[in-house]
Design a protein around this ligand. Structure first.
Ligand code: 4NP
Length: 150
């Protein structure tokens, strides 16, 4: 089972989602695979935003990723493509075009027991916004993993 987490820049939300996912699957000894990418090209090859790295560290999560852009072949390679917000989802579906894989595209917060909608973009925010993203991802990922296992 391979899961791709997608945001806009691939330096804030989706690399943290990938790291939270990897942390939880290694705790649970599950054999899923994860990657992340952005719909935009601005940060290709860049490490995560320093605030993402600090937020991961503060919460005991290892993060190790270099940004890349979503590619058409991702629709073949991954079983699930998880968008952080509605705008990411629109852009993913646009790239999918007539591809049969549109059913693979999910919204991260459809798994949030505390409420649905977007994982808010923290890029123009503060560390408080990054911690809020972490907490959304942490609780959404528990439900997402339950649904993958069932
Ligand atoms: P992300 O956040 O999509 O969560 O990685 C952003 C990163 C960079 C930009 C926007 C959002 N940007 O405009 O460069």
């Amino acid at each position: 089972m391979k899961v791709l987490f997608v945001c806009l820049g691939n330096i804030c939300r989706s690399p943290l989602a990938e790291a939270v996912f990897n942390h939880k699957i290694s705790e649970r000894q599950l054999l899923f695979k994860a990657d992340s990418c952005g719909t935009g090209a601005y940060h290709i090859g860049h490490p995560p935003d320093i605030r993402t790295i600090k937020t991961a560290e503060r919460n005991g999560i290892t993060i190790n990723h270099l940004a890349r852009q979503l590619h058409e072949r991702d629709f073949e390679e991954f079983d699930f493509i998880v968008a952080m917000d509605q705008s990411n989802r629109t852009n993913i579906l646009r790239l999918a075009g007539a591809n049969q894989s549109k059913h693979k595209v999910l919204m991260m917060r459809d798994f949030d027991p505390a409420g649905n909608g977007d994982v808010p973009d923290p890029y123009y925010g503060t560390m408080i916004d990054f911690q809020e993203v972490y907490e959304i991802l942490d609780r959404s990922m528990d439900e997402f993993l339950k649904s993958l296992r069932s």
